[in-house]
Ligand binder design. Structure first.
Ligand code: ARG
Length: 690
């Protein structure tokens, strides 16, 4: 772990051997296996993936299962292969002699003295023993990207928080990261506020609180548009008819006749399904429920407007709003002076509002190049693609036909308008030209997955072959009822109100906790408020990041703020506990770290904790492999649990002799620093007291 990288130009084949940068124990083991495998294989490929931390204590600390596939490949007995591998493997400095078990599993137990030495090095290292990667890459990360001009809601949390964590983790590993907030500052939502501004403005309110007034205009126009759309849908009567049909089917009595007769029945009633078959009945019931819900939603939208004479009048006076809003948007795009001027006027307000929220969240971007930035490039891009034969005119629209997709990617509509996809292509081209990235990550919800598949396929056609293009997809945030998280009025929960609520609840918990301290409360009102900010916002972020990002998750304040379990509050608490030990013992952590005192791992909890501490780099590697921050949270949770066992079983300040006390203090300190760094990489702050 000395981090030195010796590359000699004259002996290129020795480069590999002399790289002594070690990112993790696992990477080191893999490297040593690679050497041992060399007589059989120059490139072991994914065989090395079969070296993993052991799931069970009796199999040691790490396990290699690659003798089985290798034996198969070479046509030899895996046990024999394992024996030869072990004989050739040079791990004596770090592990006990490896054991071969069963058909050819190789089990490793790390030497405790080696672990202790690694820990001492980690203590002295500001990077906690995690070396940066040997070959840094350039990443562009596209995240957050809200459509501005409307308030941010709960749906924006995931992209913002996951993207920010990925930026931080990749940067820590030594990569060059360019964060780019591709805001929607050019779409229909501006058409909506343009229309609202021209017809519904409250000039005084706009002068006093422009952001609020613009948000009000957005909501008002949205409400009226939704109303008109709901009315139109209901007027067709299709939904109601389908519901009546299903209800009629389901009201027929369930037959108790034998299955064969049921089949006969099913046949005789033509192609429509019968209601007698229980699975079918269930499916129909479900369908009916969904339709009823849709009907209810539509009716709610109608009532919301019609119950207010003023809103009802506005809806009457402004028919076909959708088309009018589209027209305002089109005028903006076409360069209409008034709409451009208004857009210029609105934009700073929207951006200031956005910045305020990012500041609260502690999120920063290197660039904010929104959709409008690319507008002037779109016409040229489409012409260029036509000239190069990448795009073709079909039914008056310009399309890119992509192998493996049923529908082409449309980049210019018949009416000449450009699309979301056109902008994304221009953006990709700009990024490639400007930053020459090795990878572009798009942190965007799963509903856009087809769009990104097509975008990436088109990028390859344009000649961008080597860049890694990834859609970092994620699921929906649900309320406790298992449905998209909405307010009683049916809007998605606003991001601000969600943060406020989390902080308010955190304040209550922090205060109760402080009041319950055996020697009386320690914190002033101001301290409590500051801690509550960190705990509350940390809880929201951590709850999100600790989910497997591709699944939906249920947003629950009480779960995310629990002081035990896989929550940020639990980690912050563990951190604060270490700090309190240091205060109580009057120990200066800085002095302790520089003392060079040895670490002893003589008991089981100490060894378990020590090994967990050394796995930080491994957790990061794993989390970045598939861009999954939840693998880092899982690691932190494991670490905090091991610390908690250690803390229960191993006295620290009272330990004797002094050298043992020092060793345990070092373990405590390294735990606190690892938790702090881990949380920092997730965008979460620690607290000194709690
Ligand atoms: N503004 C878009 C939306 O709210 C997300 C943009 C994501 N990034 C991108 N390059 N398409 O749906």
């Amino acid at each position: 772990m000395d981090g030195s990288l010796k590359i000699s130009k004259t002996q290129p084949e020795k480069v590999h051997l002399e790289i002594s940068v070690r990112m993790s124990i696992l990477a080191e083991l893999k490297r040593r296996f690679q050497e041992a495998l060399r007589p059989w294989l120059q490139d072991p490929g994914d065989l090395l993936e079969m070296i993993r931390p052991s799931q069970e204590e009796r199999f040691g600390d790490y396990q290699a299962n690659l003798a089985m596939p290798l034996g198969k490949r070479l046509g030899r007995s895996p046990r024999e292969i394992a024996g030869e591998l072990v004989a050739r493997l040079d791990v004596a400095d770090m592990a006990e002699p490896p054991e071969i078990a069963g058909p050819g599993f190789i089990n490793f137990r790390l030497r405790t003295d080696w672990l202790a030495k690694q820990l001492s090095q980690a203590v002295a290292d500001p990077r906690l023993g995690v070396s940066p990667v040997a070959q840094p890459k350039t990443y562009v990360i596209d995240y957050s990207a809200p459509n501005i001009a409307k308030p941010m809601h709960v749906g924006h949390i995931r992209s913002t928080v996951i993207g920010d964590a990925l930026c931080r983790m990749l940067r820590f590993m030594g990569h060059r990261v360019i964060s780019d907030n591709h805001i929607g500052d050019w779409g229909t939502q501006f058409g909506m506020i343009l229309y609202g501004f021209k017809h519904f403005l409250d000039p005084q309110a706009y002068q006093q609180r422009p952001v609020e007034e613009l948000a009000r205009l957005y909501r008002l126009v949205r409400l009226l548009m939704d109303y008109q759309e709901a009315k139109a849908t209901l007027a067709t009567g299709r939904l109601q008819a389908r519901i009546a049909e299903l209800q009629a089917h389901l009201q027929r009595p369930v037959s108790t006749t034998a299955p064969s007769e049921q089949e006969h029945d099913a046949g005789s009633s033509g192609s429509s399904p019968t209601a007698k078959d229980p699975p079918l009945r269930r499916a129909m019931k479900k369908e009916l429920e969904a339709y009823l819900e849709e009907l209810q939603e539509l009716e709610k939208k109608v009532v919301q407007v019609e119950q207010s004479p003023q809103l009802a009048r506005l809806a009457q006076e402004h028919p076909n709003l959708e088309a009018k809003v589209q027209a305002e948007t089109a005028k903006l795009h076409a360069g209409d002076p008034e709409n451009r001027r208004l857009w210029q006027e609105f934009l700073p307000h929207c951006l200031a509002e956005l910045d305020r929220i990012y500041q609260r969240l502690g999120v920063q971007f290197d660039y904010t190049l929104g959709e409008s930035f690319y507008h002037d490039r779109l016409a040229g891009l489409v012409e260029d693609l036509l000239n190069r034969g990448v795009a073709k005119v079909s039914d008056g629209a310009v399309c890119i036909f992509l192998e493996g997709f049923d529908t082409p990617m449309i980049i210019r509509k018949q009416d000449g308008a450009f699309l979301y996809a056109t902008t994304d292509l221009a953006t990709l081209q700009y990024r490639m030209q400007t930053w020459q990235p090795d990878a572009i990550l798009y942190v965007v919800d799963h509903r856009q997955s087809l769009h990104f598949q097509q975008l990436f396929a088109a990028a390859r056609l344009l000649g961008y072959k080597d860049v890694e293009l990834q859609h970092i997809s994620f699921g929906t945030v649900l309320g406790e009822d298992g449905r998209p998280f909405k307010t009683r009025e049916g809007d998605l929960v606003g991001l601000e109100s969600l943060l406020d609520e989390a902080v308010a609840r955190a304040l209550k918990i922090v205060s109760e906790n402080d009041d319950a301290k055996p020697d009386g409360p320690e914190l002033s009102a101001q301290e409590r408020a500051e801690i509550a900010q960190r705990v509350g916002i940390g809880a929201v972020k951590y709850a999100d990041l600790s989910q497997n990002r591709t699944s939906d998750y249920v947003f629950s304040y009480s779960k995310m703020l629990a002081l035990t379990g896989n929550t940020s509050a639990y980690m912050q608490y563990a951190y604060a506990r270490v700090r309190s030990i240091f205060r109580k013992g009057g120990v200066d952590p800085e002095r302790l770290r520089n003392s060079g005192a040895p670490i002893f791992l003589s008991t089981r909890p100490e060894r378990d904790l020590g090994l967990a501490l050394l796995r930080f780099g491994e957790a990061l590697e794993l989390a970045l492999e598939d861009y999954r921050p939840n693998l880092l949270t899982a690691y932190l949770y494991e670490l905090a649990n091991r610390y908690s066992i250690f803390f229960e079983q191993c006295p620290v300040l009272k330990a004797e002799p002094d050298s043992l006390r020092t060793s345990r203090l070092l373990l405590c300190d390294l735990t606190a620093r690892t938790i702090q760094k881990g949380l920092e990489l997730l965008g979460i702050e620690v607290v000194e007291r709690m």
